[in-house]
Design a protein around this ligand. Structure first.
Ligand code: FDA
Ligand code: NAD
Length: 436
């Protein structure tokens, strides 16, 4: 039997956050039945990935599909598979593309099916870095888990049930490390975090910010081991992990190990076919790559960050959503001989765990100025940090902010107000943001 061959005017490769928001924008702009396909190796329609490390892992009333399909994460409509069917948008699921030939505009799946397109949107996101990638001894043992997609989350839920009230070791002190340690603790695991740096989330947190979260986690009963890495694992006769061996010689008992040591943008299919930068696919302000008619959105795009006059890549959901919308608007405008304004993105990251929640806007460069009460034992912690560069505030972090306060810090990061006196800024704290 000949392998399947199909043609679409538009193909979105990848079925994650950016794909869902791109599909919605195609719907808004007008797309004819049969013009658009989403090809995804996942078995489900696009969903809000952040739910996987939060609501999906709650011990009670856990989030499950179809509850968190895009675009509910930003207050929009929930696009169920029926929505795609109604619009004549094809969801080609459980289909991994293993070859992309941009010259002939052809994608080939693992099963040998081919898909041709006029316009391609690459939305393949990131893959997780695995300890087996570095040949860490014993890293292939059972119950050493990662978290990127629904299948990973289901494995984690099953392991939590199988190893009820057991011991968990979390390797990595970044986003996954912090969010998953909390989730495991809420599920009554005895949790130990291990990371090499002097404090958690060093990509964003200053020592003053990390002081709060490390203390808060310790107060919740989470043990933290810093300055070392996992160098090997022990397993029992069934191949189930039993212990994590640390480089400094210590050994931690473990029934479950969660690893969050970073991600890598999935750009391998396009090697040598398109310009790259910052580990991603280089795009213009409309997310078009160096190949005409080929766009890159979400985690894989290295785009011009107008505000900082620099090409950057962002691995967060707000940018995945907005880059998708920008690309689709640009594609549709071009077709009618019009244009859209350049992408002008203000970086926005957030996280939440237990009862704490923070937001960050802007750039964490220059001198940091901590303000507010960062005592981990506070009944109502509220503190933050400004980053000041060349006499201007360029970034703001806030824990425990109200909706208005978070809007205020976003305004500050966008406006970059001048600061003459850093001591006065520290003293004014959130008052400074309220006045901008
Ligand atoms: P995304 O990863 O969403 O989608 C990529 C899709 O492409 C997947 O469906 C994948 O299977 C598919 N794919 C890849 N290669 C393929 C191939 N060859 N063939 C077919 N399909 C292929 N951010 C934030 O700001 N706040 C938060 O709280 C969180 N929380 C969070 C939790 C967890 C567990 C993760 C893993 C990530 C977050 N993030 C986050 C990050 C955020 O989710 C991320 O930046 C976006 O999902 C990126 O959207 P993309 O569409 O680019 O990739
Ligand atoms: P990350 O880059 O945030 O953190 C990686 C951490 O791994 C580092 O901080 C470091 O502590 C640690 N590390 C590196 N090598 C190590 C080693 N050998 N042993 C122990 N620790 C080591 O990456 P992540 O937490 O894995 O997250 C993966 C992706 O998911 C990222 O793109 C992230 O942005 C995204 N994500 C975002 C959110 C959010 O925005 N709230 C939540 C979850 C995931």
């Amino acid at each position: 039997m000949a392998a399947e061959a199909k043609h679409f005017k538009y193909v979105i490769l990848g079925g994650g956050v950016a794909a869902g928001y791109a599909a919605r924008e195609f719907g808004n702009q007008g797309v004819k039945p049969g013009e658009l396909a989403i090809i995804s190796k996942e078995p489900v329609a696009p969903y809000e990935r952040p739910a996987l490390s939060k609501g999906y892992l709650f011990p009670q009333n856990a989030a499950r599909l179809p509850g968190f399909h895009t675009c509910v994460g930003s207050g929009g409509d929930r696009l169920l598979p029926e929505w795609y069917a109604d619009k004549g948008i094809q969801l080609i699921l459980s289909t991994e593309i293993v070859k992309a030939d941009l010259a002939s505009k052809t994608l080939t799946s693992a099963a040998g099916a081919t898909f041709t397109y006029d316009t391609l949107l690459i939305a393949t996101g990131s893959s997780v870095i695995k300890l087996t990638d570095f040949g860490v001894q014993g890293a292939e043992s059972n119950n050493i888990l990662y978290l990127r997609d629904i299948a990973d989350a289901d494995k984690l839920v099953a392991a939590m049930q199988a190893k009820k009230d057991g011991k968990a070791v979390v390797v990595g002190g970044g986003y996954i490390g912090l969010e998953l340690s909390a989730a495991l603790k809420i599920n009554n695991f005895d949790v130990t975090m291990v990371y090499p740096e002097p404090w958690c989330m060093p990509r964003l947190f200053t020592a003053g910010i990390a002081h709060f979260y490390e203390g808060y986690y310790a107060n919740k009963g989470i043990k933290i081991v810093k300055g070392t890495v996992a160098s090997g694992f022990d397993a029992d006769a069934n191949g189930d992990v039993t212990a994590v061996k640390l480089k400094d010689g210590r050994v931690l008992e473990a029934d479950i190990v969660i690893v969050g040591v970073g991600g890598r943008p999935l750009t391998g299919l396009f090697k040598g076919q398109v310009d790259e930068e910052k580990g991603g696919l280089k795009t213009d302000a409309f997310f078009e790559t160096s190949v005409a008619g080929v766009y890159a959105i979400g985690d894989v795009a290295a785009f011009p960050m107008k505000l900082y006059n620099e090409q950057r890549r962002v691995e967060h959901v707000d940018h995945a959503r907005k880059s998708a919308e920008q690309a689709v608007r640009a594609i549709k405008a071009k077709e009618s001989g019009e244009s859209v304004p350049e992408y002008d993105y203000l970086p926005y990251f957030y996280s939440r765990s237990f009862d704490v929640a923070w937001q960050f806007y802007g750039d964490n460069v220059g001198d940091d100025v901590l303000f507010g009460d960062n005592d981990p034992a506070s009944a109502k912690p509220k503190f933050g940090s400004y980053w000041v560069k060349d006499g201007k505030v360029v970034g703001v972090f806030l824990e425990g902010g109200s909706a208005e306060e978070n809007q205020a810090i976003a305004r500050v990061a966008r406006a970059q107000p001048p600061v003459a006196d850093v001591e006065a800024l520290k003293k004014a704290g959130l008052e400074f943001a309220a006045k901008v």
